[in-house]
Design a protein. Structure first.
Length: 135
């Protein structure tokens, strides 16, 4: 079976927006599963509006990776979201899935050194793709 995950990357200076669900111990870039009728950007636009009540400014395609496990083939597509200020004061109580998330915030990579972050090579990917060192 195939699954396409569309992730969004929001950078605020030297920090990246990550989430951690209540039932999971690791941090990750937010993502949604692409529906068969929509483009990657349509998926992001729809889901962010539905769940966070924010209209994203979808910028560049940052990364595409594929991977497999025993039953699934995944395509992981990352886009940069430019309007980071809209996410700085996110009120979890007004989001549609607030009860699922323990943590949603901007983190510097220094803050994440001792935390479990997935994918584990997120910093290297972002360094290569958009040169986060200069942001």
């Amino acid at each position: 079976m195939h699954k396409i995950k569309v992730r969004w990357v929001i950078l605020n200076k030297d920090k990246v927006f990550l989430v951690r669900e209540i039932k999971k111990h690791f941090f990750y870039l937010p993502w949604w599963t692409l529906e068969w009728w929509e483009s990657f950007k349509e998926c992001l636009n729809r889901e962010i509006k539905e769940e966070l009540w924010i209209t994203p400014i979808i910028w560049n395609l940052i990364n595409i990776e594929e991977f497999k496990n025993d039953n699934w083939f995944f395509l992981d597509v990352w886009f940069e979201i430019k309007n980071y200020k809209n996410f700085e004061n996110l009120n979890k109580n007004t989001t549609s899935h607030w009860f699922e998330y323990y943590d949603e915030w901007f983190y510097s990579f220094d803050e994440l050194i001792w935390k479990d972050v997935r994918p584990y090579n997120i910093k290297e990917i972002l360094d290569k793709k958009i040169n986060i060192k200069t942001i």
